[in-house]
Design a protein around this ligand. Structure first.
Ligand SMILES: [Zn+2]
Length: 401
């Protein structure tokens, strides 16, 4: 069915989800007609989607949400739910369906305040009589309090509520939560499959699509960005020059600063796009005249929005830096492949000269130590070490490696 079209390279998952959507549809029909519900249903009220970044966890969960809300008349004729075009499918896919709520971390954590309304909603019946779907995009970012709120809701679900939790791995979710979920795993889609979807869905030229899919090693969203956004290509070029610039201390510090600046630039761009509009909207909602003073008693709401925007900027900056570190790891992995004489296709074939030079001037052992230095930087960032410090320590370690 069309609703599964964007699930790239996940055939087994697609079968599991469409079977569940069929049974879910049968349950709704049985309820509506007062007949006995079907036995051994493949539908359940809590699901956990895990898979590496870029494999399409959220895409899969959203497609499932759409199939659950499908109201296509074809279903009555034995068709499967998930037509992709009916009002239910369409609004669920674009995020405006009244019975599909999405929770995503604004900053680095999902705070209990961010999801209080959603949890409350999960205890109510869906407006359209089908399913009340709650999609948590980054369940690994639930903090202790918000995870407990989810746990309570998952323990005592309303009859028609479905929780769809997404996380990189099963270890990222509290054992008490995951034991109540049906677990589905996504794999990294093959490079060819990603290129195909970029060509078919996004209308990208085949050559650019293949280059982007290869460079991002099956990360669909990054591949699309790389193929369509000049800024992403410029940033990647900056990152891939770092290995050539870490010969002396001055070069290391300069490279580190540039990586940080590029991430800050990304965050600034997001902020300029959304923050201004958001602030204006809130001011208008609170009754301020354009350019005038804010009415009494609105300072708290304004402060809350400022905090939210600050959290989002920090998060964008970290995500952008994390992407850069991923590109750096990929560079050194290619160097290692050359040094070991491997014949596998290189991710960064477009900077072959730089790869060859670094491969020639170092050893496989050194390359491994350098990969470790990049991973250590990622870990330091996870522990909230100041980004510039962590990145400087990394570029210095790349030199010494
Ligand atoms: Zn539909």
């Amino acid at each position: 069915m069309p609703v599964w079209d964007d699930l790239v390279g996940q055939d087994r998952l697609r079968e599991q989800l469409s079977a569940a959507a069929r049974d879910a549809d049968a349950l709704v029909t049985a309820d509506a007609s007062g007949t006995a519900p079907p036995e051994a249903s493949k539908m359940t009220h809590a699901w956990l989607f895990t898979g590496p970044p870029g494999s399409g966890r959220t895409t899969a969960a959203r497609a499932f949400a759409a199939a659950l809300q499908c109201v296509s008349p074809d279903r009555a004729l034995g068709g499967e739910p998930g037509c992709g075009f009916c009002d239910g499918c369409h609004t669920a896919l674009i995020g405006t369906h009244a019975d599909v709520s999405t929770v995503a971390a604004v900053g680095t954590q999902i705070l209990v305040d961010d999801m209080r309304d959603t949890v409350r909603k999960s205890f109510t019946s869906p407006a359209n009589g089908r399913w009340q779907v709650i999609l948590v995009e980054d369940a690994e970012r639930l903090n202790e309090k918000s995870a407990n709120a989810v746990l309570k809701a998952v323990e005592e679900p309303a009859p028609r509520t479905v929780w769809l939790l997404c996380a990189p791995s099963i270890e990222d979710v509290l054992p008490t939560i995951r034991s109540r979920c049906r677990h589905l795993t996504l794999r990294t889609p093959p490079v060819e499959a990603v290129a195909d979807v970029l060509i078919r869905r996004d209308g990208i030229e085949p050559e650019a699509a293949h280059a982007a899919a290869r460079a991002t090693q099956g990360h669909i969203d990054h591949a699309r960005r790389l193929a369509t956004d000049q800024r992403a290509r410029t940033r990647r070029a900056t990152v891939l020059k770092v290995p050539l610039r870490v010969d002396d201390v001055g070069g290391c510090l300069k490279a580190a600063q540039e990586l940080i600046d590029a991430a800050a630039e990304d965050a600034k761009e997001v902020a300029e796009g959304t923050d201004v509009k958001e602030t204006e909207e809130l001011k208008a909602a609170l009754g301020a005249a354009p350019g005038g003073r804010m009415p009494r008693g609105t300072a708290g709401a304004m402060k809350e929005l400022e905090d939210k925007q600050k959290r989002r900027r920090t998060r964008t900056q970290r995500d952008s830096l994390d992407l850069a570190l991923g590109e750096l790891t990929s560079f050194y992995r290619d160097v290692l492949a050359i040094q070991l004489g491997s014949r596998t296709a290189l991710a960064n074939e477009d900077v072959r000269d730089a790869l060859d030079r670094v491969a020639r001037e170092s050893t496989a052992e050194r390359t491994l130590r350098r990969i470790e230095a990049v991973l250590a930087c990622r870990e330091a960032m996870d522990r909230n070490v100041a980004p510039l410090l962590a990145v400087e320590a990394m570029t210095m370690a790349l030199r010494d490696g």
